[in-house]
Design a protein around this ligand. Structure first.
Ligand SMILES: [Zn+2]
Length: 308
């Protein structure tokens, strides 16, 4: 599971540099393990498929830096981007507005005691990073409109001295370029709403509306797949899973850590997050051995074998 393809430091650990991404993609391609989401779902459905290792490269949210996937598509490397259809071409999602507000604050402190938070020191990058992580976690409890209001308030206090407006989500044209080049486009709701935080009407609008949006905006027809925003076990429930199925999606991914095997529920698929700091050697270089042993399921097979 990936989010952004960017080499600048990311306090939320959601970015990977293009060179690292390409290294991983080529490694998997050479083994013959890299599949499109459609093919991987077919394999998971087929219990008789002999046990084989399959990987799918998934990207959440639809940041404009995902245009770099065109270079991978040209080398026959499949991937899927789960997009938020009401955000096409808009500025990046609120966590990156928060990062900008904190990292480019004009003052070196931030007082949020008026909303029940703390007084934060913003002198060095570590303090800024800790502040972003704390506030990001706190904001997720609120419904989307309240989050936007609170981010507006934080921006008003910190008066960031660098504009965020150039940092955008993919546009409609970019989505179609990617899709025509072979990148699958999936759904991630209309507004990146954490579905358990809103009422049933809003859930329906975000899920079914996003399905209808994909049908309307994509020139190329394909099966549609879904990713739950935030995606932890607190962020969806049985009713939401049923709604995703009924909307017409073929599968849904979570952010729960793990590997999927044939027969697993196609609407609560697990994933493994990878960023520039994942699977490193003690010398901070990328370890192919660690990556493959921890993500391929080989370790689990070995443990089952050892335990007899
Ligand atoms: Zn997301």
């Amino acid at each position: 599971m990936f989010h952004r393809i960017d080499q600048s430091p990311d306090p939320l650990s959601l970015s990977i540099s293009f060179s690292r991404l390409k290294e991983i993609a080529l490694l998997l391609k050479q083994q013959g393990w890299l599949l499109s989401i459609d093919k991987a779902i077919k394999n998971l459905c087929n219990n008789r498929t002999k046990r084989q290792i399959n990987y799918v490269l998934t990207f959440d949210d639809g940041y404009s830096d995902n245009m770099k996937l065109l270079f991978l598509a040209k080398e026959d490397i499949p991937s899927v981007i789960y997009i938020t259809t009401n955000r096409l071409g808009h500025i990046v999602l609120w966590p990156y507005r928060l990062i900008n507000a904190i990292f480019h604050a004009t003052e070196n402190f931030l007082d949020l005691t008026s909303v029940g938070l703390n007084h934060y020191q913003l002198i060095d990058n570590q303090q800024k990073q800790d502040t972003v992580i704390q506030i990001n976690h706190w904001l997720k409890q609120f419904e989307p409109k309240r989050i936007e209001e609170l981010i507006d308030m934080i921006e008003e206090i910190t008066k960031p001295n660098s504009p965020i407006h150039e940092d955008r989500m993919l546009t409609l044209e970019e989505i179609n370029l990617l899709n025509e080049a072979g990148v699958a486009i999936g759904a991630h709701t209309r507004n990146h709403v954490i579905l358990t935080k809103v009422d049933i009407e809003k859930q329906r609008e975000e899920i079914e509306g996003c399905y209808r949006d994909l049908k309307k905006i994509l020139k190329k027809n394909s099966a549609f797949h879904f990713a739950y925003p935030n995606g932890t076990s607190d962020d969806f429930n049985d009713e939401i899973v049923s709604m995703v199925k009924q909307a017409g999606f073929q599968s849904a991914v979570t952010t729960i850590y793990g590997i999927n095997k044939p027969g697993d529920d196609l609407f609560t698929l697990k994933r493994i997050a990878v960023d520039d700091n994942s699977f490193l050697t003690p010398w901070s270089t990328f370890s192919k051995c660690r990556f493959l042993s921890e993500t391929s399921g080989i370790m689990q097979l070995l443990l089952v074998w050892i335990k007899g």
